[in-house]
Design a protein around this ligand. Sequence first.
Ligand code: PLP
Length: 456
Amino acid sequence: MRLRGKHVSKLIAAALLLACTAECKPLDRRWLAALGSRGGATATEERQSPAAATEDTPSTSIFTDPLEDVYDPFQGLTPLDSTKLSIEHTTEPKPKPAKEGLIWGATFSDHMLEVDWDDETGWHPPEIVPFHDLELSPAASVLHYGLEAFEGLKAYAAPDGAVLLFRPDLNLARFNASLKRLRMPTFDAAELQALIAELLSVDADWVPRGEGYALYLRPTAISTTPSIGVAPARRVKLYVIASPCGPYYKEGFVPVKLYADTTYTRSWPGGAGYTKTGGNYAPTIFPAAEAQKRGCSQVLWLYGEDDLVTEVGAMNFFALLRDARDPSRLELVTPTLDRRDILAGVTRASVLDLARSWGDCAVSERDVGMRELRDAAREGRLVEAFATGTAAVISPIHAIEYRGEDLVCARGGDGIGPFAQRLWDALRDIQYGRVRHAWSVRAVEGSGSNAEAAQQ
Ligand SMILES: Cc1ncc(COP(=O)(O)O)c(C=O)c1O
């Protein structure tokens, strides 16, 4: 049997997850680099929570890239190399705002990572420099044709002061997949992960401590090619900025109402819906504003004549359904990635993996149509519905407006259903390093001052 690249990466990822020891090791950047984008991670040594999966949670939902085996336009150019990094520290550190007053995406740390690329050289030496505005030609093709891809992941402060990343290998694999779809240059994920660890080390005191707080990382790549014309990028700037953020739900969960939109379509087979590219987001703003006028906080994006569910705003969709014939049977269902019209969420993959490891219900990645959800809601079988994503982790859904009818989703008294609550608890325990888990990568070890601050 010939193993294709994506099969090999799945096998390596599964093997690494199983082989990952319980030992707590300091970060060795070369060692981390060697694990690269294949699911490797150090494990953190903390308590084992009964709510959480252990470090050998089977990883069944590793991201696969449709262009993995066919993309190779930049042979022979200089690869991204973290050993060439130079660091310029700011001479004017900014005052850090009180963490309680943080507004999402509005505050940035003191430094940023920057790497340029051109189609004659390849990747230039990476730099960590003081956070600054970019200088761009007004003709830069990112500004005209949206040649841009990005990622979003969080760095968490562990109880021992270490800075942890949650499954960064999946984000970086997805970043490369997005870049390929735009025919932009890719990078060795292990190298970018090592560079992100360096940025976190420089800005470690920007990682806010405490439950719900994190440093949101925004890797971005833009075409700086100074030429008007729909053409491949010849110059690219990859950068990573970092923004401290607070709990999404400051006063407990606020379950959202969705508008199942039958007018606008976010993505379609053969499109780029599986990528995190700016062009997927700009056209969602008008429909989202229309949904808000109807009292719905998010759009539930549908596809096709059967009104198949795809995503919720910029999150993935899950429903817990009771079987019509056998009420003792529950199924956790989320739309399949097969059509490539859905972003392969890291939280989605983790929810699937945890739910499968618990074995309490059937877990399905399949087509979910609005008529199926409507029948389940009418018959009281829509036990829970929720959306998942890095920002909010789990967002409970209390109702869906669909073709003039409000479909009501059951939920717990405090706004979140018991199944979603269990997932929330398990994910938070892993993300904050309160339990030992292979998904949690120690990017920066706890120093004396980090460790002290972590206790505050
Ligand atoms: C369109 C879309 N769907 C789903 C998600 C959730 O993905 P993740 O869990 O990786 O944050 C995001 C956020 O990145 C998104 O932008």
